[in-house]
Design a protein around this ligand. Structure first.
Ligand code: MN
Length: 220
């Protein structure tokens, strides 16, 4: 698979749990995933499925729901489709060594032609994730350097979603919990978790929806 050559060359699949390229496309063909990655530095890897690979950008500060905030997004090598299922540990000393979390995942809708957008340096898309929704743009500023910006719509917000929703969308684990479960460096992983970690609210503990006013009144 010639076009994933850089991905393959950077990794030793006898050492890392990361997948070797196999699957050619997802069911939707429009998969997106954001992986929170505590490697030498904490960053969020935004990946969009295009033409059988995951086009990838490393976003050091992660996405912002605030349209006034522009987040640096550096192009990294294309990843295989199977990578969207990877949550776990990359051994220290290997490329990207550290803890990886599936922070958000879903599908996206391209706004306009993707191939043209990539070469032009302006990609517009709508995300349909669990955390990230609504319209976004990636704009190239120079070389491998792009900016990730939220468009103004009903999903725009001043809430810092990296702090309010820091857990894995798949397993509800924090980075430290993933490292602990999978035999990684827990202390290093914990530096990527927010100081105040929202607790996991199980379905049965969620507050029940308030009863309609009429029935509430009748109990008095
Ligand atoms: Mn990464």
């Amino acid at each position: 698979m010639e076009r994933l050559k850089e991905y393959q060359q950077k990794r030793r699949f006898t050492k890392t749990a990361e997948p070797a390229p196999k699957k050619k496309s997802s069911r939707s063909g429009k998969l997106f995933v954001i992986q929170k990655h505590r490697a030498s530095h904490l960053h969020y890897d935004l990946r969009l499925e295009m033409d059988g690979v995951l086009k990838s950008w490393a976003v050091p500060k992660g996405p912002s729901m605030d349209p006034a905030v522009r987040r640096l997004a550096m192009v990294v090598e294309d990843h295989p489709i199977d990578y969207a299922d990877f949550e776990g540990i990359i051994p220290e000393g290997e490329y990207g060594g550290g803890t990886v979390m599936i922070w958000d995942r879903g599908t996206y809708i391209a706004e306009g032609d993707l191939a043209a957008g990539l070469s032009k340096g302006e990609l517009k898309f709508t995300l349909q994730g669990s955390k990230l929704k609504g319209s976004w743009v990636l704009v190239r500023t120079s070389g491998r350097q792009w900016l990730l910006i939220k468009h103004r719509d009903q999903h725009a917000s001043a809430d810092d979603i990296t702090l309010s929703a820091p857990r894995s969308v798949l397993t509800q684990r924090s980075l430290a919990e993933i490292a602990k479960d999978e035999g990684g460096n827990v202390a290093k992983a914990a530096t990527g978790d927010p100081l105040v970690l929202p607790r996991v609210v199980s379905r049965k503990d969620r507050p029940k929806r308030r009863a309609p006013a009429t029935s509430a009144k009748s109990t008095r």
